[in-house]
Structures are given as C-alpha cells and as structure tokens.
Design a protein around this ligand. Structure first.
Ligand code: SF4
Ligand code: SF4
Length: 296
C-alpha cells in the first residue's frame, strides 16, 4: 500500500481542488482528509457517513464542589483564566480550559480531576469515488496533530480492510504539527504551489520538512500562467533541487465554477486546468504505482 500526502506551503493554493480530482482519477484508493482545520474535501465528495469514532482532544479540568474549600489557588494558577468564581463557588469554563492540569497539581484539597473531553469525531464515509475518512471538530476546538494522527490511523486500517493500493491524503497547509502528523509514515508528498515569491519561500520550507521525514517529493504548480516570471523562478529552483515538477496547471475559471457546483474539477470540466490535473495524475501514477509494480 502506498501513501501519498498532498501538501501546500500555505492555504488557498488549490490543494483540495487537486486532491478532489485525484480522488476521481485514482482507482483502488481510499481518501483521507487530514486538513481538519479547514476540512472541505467532503463538499466535493458527497459523503454518506457509515461509521463515527469519538475523538478526545485535550483533557478538561473538573472541580468537585464537595471537596473544594474555596481557597482560589487554582484560579490564581490558571494562566488561561479558565476558572471562574460565582458567589464563592469555583468552576471551570470549558471553552477556556486548555487541559494543562496545573489546577489539579496545585489544588491543596484534591478537588480537581482531569477528564477526557469529546472534541470531535472521525468519520468513515462512502462516496461515489470510494471511501473517505475525515475528521470534524466541535465548535471552539482546535485542530491538533492528535486528530490528524487518528484520521490517518483509521484510514490505514480501512485501506487494509478494503485491500486498497493507495491512500490519498489531503494534508494540512503550512509546516506545523498537523502537517507533520499528515506526513508521518507517508512514502511520498505532492506539494502544490503557486507562482509567487512568497509561495516559493513557503515551498522551500515544506520541501525541507518532507525531506526531513524521508518521503519523496513531487511538485505541481497551480495558476502557472498568472505570474510567468515567478513560475519560471520556481521551475529553476525545482530543477536545481532535483525535484520533479509533475503538474503545470493553468488558471481556469472552471476551477471556481466546479467549487461552486460542489464537484471535483475533472468531473465538472474538460478545460485546461482539468486536462493538466489529468496529466499530473498520469505522471504521479507512473512514478508511484507503475514503477513500483514493475520493480523500476
Ligand atoms: S484550589 Fe482546589 S480547593 Fe482551592 S478553589 Fe481551587 S478547586 Fe477549590
Ligand atoms: S487544566 Fe489548565 S487551563 Fe484548564 S482550568 Fe486547569 S489550569 Fe486552567
């Protein structure tokens, strides 16, 4: 089983548009949406939830009023001002509590306990394009590497169960903890970028991260014809770094139309961007799956 994670140096580069189309083009695959902070792949894939698994994020402090003496030590120690007091009774404000456990540590009466908190769910859904594993956070909860790791674990289990050849992962943007969790254990990464100086800077950082984890790196340039000189600069950088630039996707208004229609680009359009994404998949398939099968 091969795992390909699609990344971008920052949000808004067209990463999810690419993943949504690869999900249509690839056969024998399962898709995992690890961009849990801005999970929107489900908008393109029309999922029907088949299974839900609870996700427990940071713990939540709880004060036992029978043991609490009202000394206020916990409230003074909490740097997130997550402990309030009304009429002499101390209580935890759940949305402010970061689960650090300091209050439980300092409470002289042993009145504070740390409890698991339901922060969201990991879903296994059926779609017209195969199985999608995705996460959803409850309001006020932050995306964490822990949730991404749970989505990936569930996706791998499901892919093995289904006998899939490829796990296609929509990774989080940037280079933070959720990205590292998206990348962990993946054999290869496709990094989607745009033609601009700042995008090249972001690209350099994410490529360094992928290399650190020992995964193969492939690149795709989205809106490649919008800033020709910046696109050329990125191409030259990729050549100097020995990175295969497998996709050269032109600006195409069909991309926005497909998003508005809630459909994967390659299914909605036969225009320039859709053709370029098909070519990108053909080259990726050759690099990732066909060469492995042929022992090349
Ligand atoms: S430190 Fe313990 S005893 Fe003091 S107010 Fe907080 S919960 Fe109550
Ligand atoms: S666990 Fe940390 S953040 Fe939550 S109430 Fe206690 S001290 Fe504050």
């Amino acid at each position: 089983m091969t795992e390909l994670v699609v990344l971008s140096g920052k949000g808004g580069t067209g990463k999810t548009t690419v993943v949504g189309s690869l999900a249509v083009l690839a056969v024998d695959k399962l898709v995992a949406d690890c961009d849990v902070d801005a999970a929107n792949l489900h908008l393109l894939m029309s999922p029907r939830i088949e299974e839900a698994e609870p996700y427990e994020g940071a713990e939540l402090a709880e004060i036992d009023p029978r043991k609490c003496t009202g000394c206020g030590t916990c409230a003074r120690a909490c740097r997130f001002t997550a402990i309030g007091c009304s009429e002499g009774t101390y209580h935890v404000v759940p949305l402010s509590c970061e689960g650090c456990g300091v209050c439980a540590h300092v409470c002289p009466a042993g009145a504070v306990t740390m409890a698991a908190r339901l922060s969201g769910h990991v879903y296994v859904s059926s779609t017209p394009y195969g199985t999608l594993v995705h996460g959803e956070l409850r309001p006020g909860e932050e995306a964490t590497g822990k949730l991404v790791a749970q989505v990936k674990r569930r996706a791998r289990e499901q892919a093995i169960r289904e006998g899939q050849e490829l796990v296609l992962v929509d990774g989080a943007p940037g280079i933070g903890c959720p990205v590292i969790a998206s990348l962990s254990g993946s054999a290869a990464a496709l990094v989607v970028t745009e033609p601009s100086r700042s995008a090249l800077h972001d690209l350099e950082r994410v490529v360094a991260l992928v290399r650190h984890f020992g995964a193969r790196v492939f690149l795709a340039m989205n809106k490649a014809d919008v800033e020709v000189s910046a696109a050329r600069e990125t191409r030259m950088w990729a050549e100097a770094e020995g990175l295969p630039l497998l996709g050269w996707i032109p600006y195409d208004e069909d991309v926005t139309r497909a998003q508005v229609a809630g459909r994967p680009l390659v299914e909605y359009s036969s225009g320039g961007a859709a053709r370029a994404v098909r070519d990108l998949w053909w080259r990726l398939d050759e690099e990732l799956l066909q060469k492995a099968k042929d022992g090349r």
